[in-house]
Design a protein around this ligand. Structure first.
Ligand code: ADP
Ligand code: MG
Length: 624
């Protein structure tokens, strides 16, 4: 400490993250090295990018590299890079606060669940604070490229850090870890080499270590990694482990990737892409800051920017990885990217790659695909609206619950569905509903179930909107079975041949009239149902009306919904309707009719306009 030393307190979130990282990641303690090397590599990337415009930033040191050394007596491990470095203010901001959006919510969630396990904190992307897993004091000295001042940051991870001027570094950042008791394995050249090879071999800058002869340093340095950007290396040289480590570096994800696609394209456009599908959605998926969406744009091996928004459609925003173009100009800006035809072409090439990859997983590893769908299925669905040119391909990737499996998580594809269609059936039938239970118990399904005709059960919020963009698949119409009348197109051969149906309709004519007069303008029509076998009644819309639960959602959100009134369909064979038909007291008959209507509303998930009146009617019926 000198007179110029100043002391600061960590932002409170940092203290909590730090504690969680140290406690819950001890069994994965090696990752601290990956995190520090990853930061050093990012810093070298940044300097190389900035030097495109201002080569003087290199000063008289053009080499970008990461040096790792250790001191057995002092029990320190040092990682020094010649990257961009940090100014005094950057040391305070970057190492004393956490800028990620959603940090607070994430920490609260951890605290609530009291399940601060490695998986969860790992999802957060652990970063610099991982140093405190193995060190009880961390000293960071740094000089921003081109600056004549350097500063040292130091902390024991106890809630405070200090800052003072420093002269220990020419350019970039030098991190000295004072290892905790028992962490001496990180003072061993052999161990460190093997860790670098495991975790950081893919880093595109040389990671150097002192050459030792018979345990003594010779004063020379040698690179211990491949020092070639991973995506530039031939696939045949790369192992799954190499890809996984690289994925963790670009995505800041702690979990393994689910799958990846690595391609070199030559011709009109020349580029390499390496795209990953994560196995888990990050904790802040959907609310990350725009710049951190995880698709990194490189041009001729130089990192340019995070450019997921320009390079991928929004519905593929879960994809992580790298695109390295040989054709774009190095001085490209965000604005240029947004308006470039070349980028449009890259974007559609990348979109195709991702869809290829997903198709391959769906085909070859259905269980893996189910995992993907669980995490990102609802995001992919947005593609039907966003990317009409890929409708058929996206549709092939969709998965839905179905009456065929009857289980919420046993999903089927449209192709599966088509394979099970009944003779004469022309449409792919589905039902949308406000939740799983409303879907699977809907009275609308009864006749279809009785005939063994499968219905897809679309019970997610997004489904009603999404399915509007998918009218056809493989030449078959998609059909909402809660709308209009059902015939042989929906039900298969023989649906309209039954003469009993005509007779039933005739026989029920009087009953239908009684209901119409009782319900008045609450409904647009009353008719004998072909849908029901067990329930007394249900509500049906015209083919062009918006589903009732959607109408409710929109109304609740303050929208004006002018939709047609539903039709009440009845099952004349049901004892309740027979009783209604035989009721001679006109008052009681009207009450029963209303009850029938209200039940149909309830079954479909609606709230009644006058619930108390419903209860009164119900009680009267129970007691009568
Ligand atoms: P992340 O890498 O996810 O941003 P970290 O906790 O690893 O989070 O690092 C926080 C920030 O500190 C980085 O974004 C970077 O700005 C800065 N930083 C860390 N290490 C270095 C370094 N070696 N050189 C320059 N800046 C660094
Ligand atoms: Mg980092």
């Amino acid at each position: 400490m000198t007179a110029e030393t100043q002391s600061y307190e960590f932002q409170s979130d940092v203290q909590q993250v730090l504690r969680l990282v140290v406690h819950s990641l001890y069994s994965n303690k090696n990752i601290f090295l990956r995190e520090l090397v990853s930061n050093a590599s990012d810093a070298c990337d940044k300097l190389r990018f900035m030097a495109l415009n201002d080569p003087t930033l290199y000063g008289d040191q053009p080499d970008l590299r990461i040096d790792m050394s250790w001191d057995k007596d002092a029990r320190t491990l040092t990682i020094a890079d010649t990257g961009i470095g940090m100014s005094r203010q950057e040391l305070v901001d970057n190492l004393g606060t956490i800028a990620r959006s959603g940090t607070r919510q994430f920490l609260d969630a951890l605290e609530e669940g009291k399940k601060a396990d490695a998986q969860l904190i790992g999802q957060f992307g652990v970063g610099f604070y991982a140093a405190f897993i193995v060190a009880d004091k961390v000293h960071v000295s740094s000089r921003r490229a081109g600056s004549d001042e350097a500063f040292a940051w130091e902390s024991a991870g106890d809630g405070r850090f200090t800052l003072e001027p420093s002269d220990q570094v020419e350019r970039g950042t030098r991190i000295v870890l004072h290892l905790k008791d028992g962490e001496d394995e990180f003072l061993d050249g052999w161990t460190l080499r093997s860790l670098v090879r495991t975790y950081s071999d893919h880093i595109g800058f040389p990671i150097r270590m002192p050459v030792e002869k018979e345990g003594q340093p010779t004063g020379e340095w040698e690179a211990v990694n491949q020092a070639a950007a991973l995506w530039t290396r031939p696939k045949s040289e790369l192992t799954d482990e190499d890809y996984q480590q690289f994925y963790k570096h670009v995505s800041h994800d702690f979990n393994d990737a689910l799958a990846w696609s690595h391609n070199r394209v030559e011709g009109n456009q020349n580029f390499t892409s390496l795209l990953f599908v994560p196995s888990k959605a990050p904790f802040d998926f959907g609310m990350e800051r725009d710049t951190r969406k995880g698709l990194k744009l490189y041009i001729k091996r130089v990192f340019i920017m995070d450019a997921a928004e320009q390079m991928l459609p929004n519905y593929l925003r879960f994809v992580r990885g790298v695109i390295d173009s040989d054709d774009l100009p190095l001085n490209v800006s965000r604005e240029i990217l947004q308006n470039s035809r070349q980028v449009e072409k890259l974007k559609s090439a990348l979109t195709r790659r991702v869809l290829d990859l997903l198709e391959r997983i769906a085909r070859e590893e259905p269980e893996k695909y189910a995992g993907f769908w669980h995490e990102f299925g609802n995001v992919l669905k947005e593609g039907l609206a966003e990317d009409p040119s890929s409708t058929a391909r996206i549709a092939k990737l969709l998965r839905f619950a179905s009456t065929h499996t009857g289980e919420r998580d046993a999903l089927v594809s449209l192709d599966d569905y088509i394979g099970r269609m009944k003779p004469g059936q022309e449409t792919i039938n589905y039902l949308t509903a406000d939740g799983w239970n409303a879907a699977r118990h809907s009275p609308q399904l009864e006749a279809l179930k009785a005939r063994g005709v499968e219905v897809m059960l679309l019970h997610e919020r997004i489904d009603e909107w999404m399915i509007g963009y998918l009218t056809e698949y493989e030449g078959k119409k998609l059909r909402n079975i809660a709308k209009g009348e059902l015939g042989s197109a929906e039900l298969g051969e023989g649906a309209n041949e039954s003469t009993t149906q005509d007779e039933t309709v005739k026989a029920a004519a009087g009953l239908v009239e009684k209901l119409k007069s009782a319900l008045g303008d609450r409904v647009s029509d009353v008719r004998v149902s072909q849908r029901l076998t067990d329930s007394p009644s249900c509500l049906v819309l015209s083919e062009y009306d918006m589903a009732l639960h959607m109408q409710r959602l929109l109304k609740a959100a303050g929208h004006d919904v002018s939709a047609g009134k539903p039709t009440l369909e009845i099952n004349p064979a049901h004892p309740l309707l027979q009783r209604l038909d035989g009721e001679s007291d006109a008052n009681r008959r009207d009450e029963l009719a209303l009850l029938l209507f209200e039940q149909a509303q309830l079954a479909e998930g609606a709230q009644l306009e006058d619930p108390a009146a419903f209860v009164r009617r119900m009680n009267a019926l129970l007691l009568g």
